[in-house]
Design a binder for this molecule. Sequence first.
Ligand SMILES: Cc1cc2nc3c(=O)[nH]c(=O)nc-3n(C[C@H](O)[C@H](O)[C@H](O)COP(=O)(O)OP(=O)(O)OC[C@H]3O[C@@H](n4cnc5c(N)ncnc54)[C@H](O)[C@@H]3O)c2cc1C
Length: 475
Amino acid sequence: MIDVIVAGGGPTGLWLASELRLHGVHALVLDKDAEPTRIVRALGLFARSIEIMDQRGLLERFLAVGQKYPLGGFFAGIRKPAPDRLDTAHAYVLGIPQPIIDRLLAEHAAEAGAEIRRGCELTGLSQDEDGVTAELANGTLLRSRYLVGCDGGRSTVRKLLGIGFPGEPTRVETLLGEMEVTADPATVAEVNAEVRKTQLRFGAMPLGDGAYRVGVPAAGVAEDRTVPPTLEEFRQQLRAVAGTDFGAHSPRWLSRFGDATRLAERYRAGRVLLAGDAAHIHPPVGGQGLNLGIQDAFNLGWKLAAEVGGWAPEGLLDSYPTERRPVAADVLDYTRAQMELLSLEPGPQAVRRLVSQLMDFEDVNRYLIERTTAIGIRYDFGEGPELLGRRLRDVGLKRGRLYELMRAGRGLLLDQTGRLSAAGWADRVDHVVDVSEELDAPAALLRPDGHVAWVGEDQQDLLSQMPKWFGAAVS
Ligand SMILES: Cc1cc2nc3c(=O)[nH]c(=O)nc-3n(C[C@H](O)[C@H](O)[C@H](O)COP(=O)(O)OP(=O)(O)OC[C@H]3O[C@@H](n4cnc5c(N)ncnc54)[C@H](O)[C@@H]3O)c2cc1C
């Protein structure tokens, strides 16, 4: 019996598998494609995802392949510099094409001991009290204790579970690809600037190696959007929209994407859960989808590991949908708002001007950037101090940095008083007695995903909260 089958080896599934492995859980990742895709969808990581990589010791790997960009300009593409003193050590965007992000995550998952099987499509699913039976396209049956559908927006797992995916369908489609052109760079830049005055879904971005990333509105919505456009279809649309096809040739890849916005009705059905695009989709404006999926996996990993490990308190696994579904609903709304502001109709353009003026108020700009980067998320852990439910930023300690102490994926009691004890949970929670000039609290209990589960200095109060997240004490 496998502990957890992860259906889908995109960023969400790979990160989930790595998190499960931290706790010794046997994780098998299945992906239908024999090879990772070359299609470049996401272009980078925002602060919270960068922090997560830091919390697991991967920051250097990502920095080595990424390019740091300023954080301003992401909300509906409205260009405003980010405010000073954001509540993160990573106030930048780390530009990395998605296939490279996916490769780093796959390498990390494999190093952590996850088994990744490519060319394995999940086609069937059933579950009983003890586990899940997954059927693959070649007829193989696999049995696991849990299964997580990280199989993207067209999720087979979600459909097999019969979980609804309400929202708005694709109304406009965009063709996207990387290709070479015969037109000279100055002409491409000139046409790009001119067309974008009236068509924000058009763009021709030089990749620095002679090729371009080109996006152009499609003529309509294709009947089967899994079929990539042909070069001829692409060139025809370029001529229709930009008046020239730039002599486009030798495409590296061509694809199409829509603007559907949908949220799964449920994230869990018994022993099967959903995460990432399988649970939520939205247009790429604002650049949050991949980040959201990694953060889903970070929330789910330790909880599912606790369940498999037998120490999960009642309700811990259900806190995954309770915490993460509202976050996705917020991102969907945030994206809907941005899509409205991209419209060139006079009404939305007037609202865009107004929002742009409002962003000159630092608090407004800060609020938007905290939503884009996900550093402002606060889970509802009940009444309590401001820090409760938020993730704690990296803070300096006498012995180093907080995030360096979180790599094992365990809970952490950061104790500035030296008077507290988490002795009954020593196998699940590290007790760090140290001080930080940046932490304005006597002590904080962090979950493995870095969210603050308790703040205070009273031992009895701490003891009343520990079982809620870490189960029973052992003597
Ligand atoms: C044009 C574009 C630009 C984007 N830009 C950004 C950006 O800048 N920032 C950002 O954060 N996000 C961006 N996104 C969104 C991002 O690409 C996705 O949110 C992200 O890839 C979701 O990751 P995932 O692992 O959940 O799903 P996916 O990446 O879709 O991975 C799902 C995996 O499941 C596999 N699979 C599917 N069905 C099965 C099955 N039945 N059995 C086994 N395996 C299966 C697939 O082969 C695939 O490998 C963009 C998206 C698009 C389209």
